[in-house]
Design a protein around this ligand. Structure first.
Ligand SMILES: *[C@@H]1O[C@H](CO)[C@@H](O)[C@H](O)[C@H]1NC(C)=O
Length: 222
């Protein structure tokens, strides 16, 4: 049967086409995130993500001495850790908005849950404590911003299996992009890695999973 070319069938054709395009795009993104997650996991057990680090707490206002923030400061709280940079045009703001919404929602259902969103800069050449502080003021007020020197940044990224690459001849005053992996890491109150949420993870999915992890965790640790 030949389908008559009517405005309706034409519209349907376009709608189906666009739908398929988004579907496959989403599937492709999911697949590459799955692969990246597999890379993060060891062959058995808990993925080996996280570890010792020592960075500057950008959130504490400039006082006499700079405040360090280390892996030990993650203890006793659930943390949502995101790596990014303040010149990041749209991905970072979208992810930080998502984390903000997740924190807001969890604060409502679990008012006494110790939960801390953390932003770690992957652009030590351009980001500073004050640019990070200003940048984070657009997102959840409980965000802690962290920055290190190049070596400390490399080492925290290595610990979290975060890939980042700054262009070779990057001019610190220039307008370059830092290529980096996009994951929000959930760490439990013992500072252990629980889950990595990729860009395709929606707010609801994150909230549901985190609620589930909280229940699991309290069952194991009681
Ligand atoms: C980092 O700074 C914030 C804001 O001053 C503060 O609430 C938090 O306790 C600090 N964390 C550490 C480990 O210094």
């Amino acid at each position: 049967m030949l389908l008559a070319f009517t405005p309706t069938s034409a519209a349907l054709f376009v709608v189906v086409g666009v739908g398929l395009f988004w579907y496959f795009r989403n599937e492709k993104a999911k697949l590459s995130e799955e692969r990246e997650k597999e890379r993060m996991s060891q062959s058995f057990g808990r993925p080996n993500v996280g570890g010792p680090f020592s960075l500057v707490n950008c959130t504490s206002l400039p006082s006499s001495s700079e405040k360090r923030f280390t892996h030990e400061d993650l203890l006793g709280k659930w943390s949502l850790v995101y790596f990014g940079f303040t010149n990041c045009p749209d991905i970072c703001p979208a992810e930080l908005d998502k984390v903000t919404a997740v924190v807001d929602e969890l604060r409502q259902s679990h008012p006494s849950l110790p939960l801390q969103p953390v932003f770690i800069s992957v652009d030590p050449a351009r980001d500073t404590p004050s640019t990070i502080r200003t940048y984070l003021s657009d997102f959840h007020p409980s965000f802690i911003g962290l920055i290190g020197d190049h070596q400390q940044t490399k080492s925290v990224c290595k610990a979290y299996r975060v890939y980042f690459s700054t262009p070779q001849d990057a001019d610190p005053k220039g307008d370059y992009l830092v290529d980096h992996s996009i994951f929000v890491y959930l760490m439990d109150p013992e500072g252990r890695f629980v889950e990595a949420f990729g860009q395709v993870a929606q707010k609801e999915e994150m909230v549901d999973k985190i609620k589930h992890f909280i229940v699991e965790w309290s069952r194991h640790s009681s």
